[in-house]
Unconditional design. Structure first.
Length: 376
C-alpha cells in the first residue's frame, strides 16, 4: 500500500516552493496561514461551501508575487488538466455574482469572489517532515499531505461547478460529469436496471464530509444551507453506501466499449492525484481488473435535472451529485477508503517503512551520549 503514495520528487518540489512562500509572509499572514499543530481537528474539515469561519490566509490578503507562488505550489501538486480546472472554478464566482444579485443582495460583491480561497499549512513544511497543504473555497478543496518528504495523500479532492447548464464557455468539470452521462447513454435496459439504484438523487455526497468513510454511510436529507431540495428517509435508505457491497453494475457486465468509457471516467478522477501517485494507482486498478469497478446512478437521467452517480473500486470512491438548483449545481469528489487525509500512512506505514525514520529527526538535537550511552 505505501508504494501507491510514493511521490518524493513532487514532495521535494512542493517543499521548496512552500518554504519560499512562507518566507515572504509578514507576521499576520504567517499567523493566519500556518497552524503549527498538525493534529489540529480543523485539518479534517473539507466541505466546499462558502463559510465565514475559514482558517488560513485568503488570496486577497496576499500580494501579486505571493499569489503566483500559491498557484505554483498547487501546479506542482496536480496534473495540468486538474490544475486548469482549479484555476477555472473560482472564475465562475463572477458568473454567480451576476446570477444571484437579486437573491443575495449587494453583499455579494465581496462574498462571491475569485480571491475568497484560503491557504492553510497544518504542521510546518520542512525537510523529512509531515505537513498538509489545504487550499479551500467555494467548490474547491485540495487536501495534500506530505509525509516525511516521501509519500503524498491528495484526497479527499472535491471540486464543484455552478452553473453547469448555461451559455458560457467555462465548463471545467465537463468530463467529470459528462463521462457519467456518456456511459449511462450506452446501457441497454437490463444494464440500466442494474446501474440505477434509485429514482431520487441525494442532495449532496452520500458519504457527506466524514474524514474517513465508514462501513456504511447515509446521505443527509438536504445540503447544508440549501433546504430547497429535500429527500425522505426511504430515499436515504435506498441511496445507502455499503463499502463491502458496491451498488450498481459491475464493470464485467459491460461490453468492451462501455468498459473503455468507465476506465476513462475513473482516470478522469485519478487525474486529481499527483502524477507520481496517479500512475501507480491507475496501474493497480488495471491489475485488479474491471470486475472490481462498479457504476451506480440515481435520480433523473437527463441533464439539467437532479442526478447522481458514484464509482467504487477496491481503493477509491467517486461521487458526483448535481441536484440543488434544479440540477445546475455540481459537486464531485475523489476519496480513498484507506488514506483520506493520509490516515493510512500516518497510522503506521511511514514509520514501518521509512527511508530515514523519525528517530533520525530526534537524534539531530539530542546528544549521542544520551541517546546511546553504551557506545561510549
Amino acid at each position: 500500500m505505501p508504494a501507491m503514495y510514493e511521490a518524493p520528487q513532487t514532495a521535494t518540489t512542493m517543499l521548496v516552493t512552500a518554504m519560499g512562500l512562507i518566507d515572504t509572509f509578514d507576521p499576520t499572514q504567517r499567523g493566519a496561514a500556518i497552524i503549527e499543530d498538525f493534529n489540529d481537528p480543523r485539518r479534517l474539515e473539507w466541505d466546499i461551501i462558502p463559510r465565514p469561519d475559514r482558517t488560513g490566509v485568503p488570496l486577497h490578503m496576499l500580494d501579486r508575487h505571493q499569489r503566483v507562488l500559491v498557484w505554483d505550489l498547487i501546479r506542482q501538486a496536480l496534473p495540468q488538466r486538474t490544475f486548469t480546472k482549479v484555476l477555472a472554478i473560482p472564475q465562475l464566482e463572477h458568473v454567480l455574482r451576476d446570477y444571484e444579485h437579486d437573491f443575495l443582495g449587494p453583499a455579494l460583491q465581496t462574498w462571491r469572489s475569485s480571491e475568497s480561497y484560503y491557504l492553510t499549512f497544518f504542521g510546518h513544511p520542512g525537510f523529512e517532515d509531515t505537513w498538509t497543504l489545504r487550499f479551500l473555497g467555494h467548490h474547491v478543496c485540495l487536501n495534500i499531505t506530505v509525509v516525511e518528504q516521501r509519500w503524498i495523500s491528495a484526497t479527499p479532492c472535491a471540486l464543484g461547478q455552478q452553473p453547469t447548464e448555461y451559455s458560457g464557455v467555462l465548463h471545467p468539470l465537463a468530463d467529470d460529469e459528462g463521462l457519467g452521462f456518456e456511459l449511462l447513454a450506452t446501457l441497454d435496459d437490463d444494464q440500466r436496471n442494474r446501474a440505477v439504484i434509485h429514482a431520487i438523487a441525494p442532495a449532496d455526497f452520500v458519504t457527506r464530509q466524514v474524514p474517513k468513510i465508514g462501513a456504511y454511510e447515509y446521505p443527509d436529507r438536504y445540503d447544508l444551507g440549501m433546504p430547497d431540495y429535500v429527500i425522505t428517509d426511504p430515499d436515504r435508505a435506498a441511496l445507502k453506501f455499503v463499502k463491502d457491497h458496491p451498488s450498481g453494475i459491475a464493470g464485467t457486465d459491460l461490453d468492451e466499449s462501455q468498459q473503455h468509457i468507465l476506465w476513462r471516467l475513473v482516470d478522469c478522477y485519478l487525474e486529481r492525484l499527483p502524477n507520481e501517485t496517479a500512475e501507480q494507482q491507475r496501474k493497480l486498478l488495471r491489475d485488479h481488473g474491471i470486475g472490481e469497478v462498479h457504476f451506480a446512478w440515481a435520480g433523473e437521467q437527463t441533464r439539467g435535472r437532479p442526478h447522481y452517480f458514484r464509482v467504487q473500486t477496491r481503493h477509491h470512491l467517486i461521487e458526483a451529485v448535481n441536484s440543488v438548483a434544479g440540477g445546475n449545481h455540481l459537486h464531485t469528489v475523489l476519496r480513498d477508503f484507506d488514506n483520506d487525509l493520509a490516515a493510512g500512512i500516518l497510522d503506521g506505514h511511514a514509520d514501518a517503512d521509512s527511508q530515514w525514520g523519525t528517530a533520525h529527526l530526534a537524534s539531530r538535537t539530542v546528544s549521542s551520549a544520551e541517546l546511546d550511552p553504551g557506545l561510549g
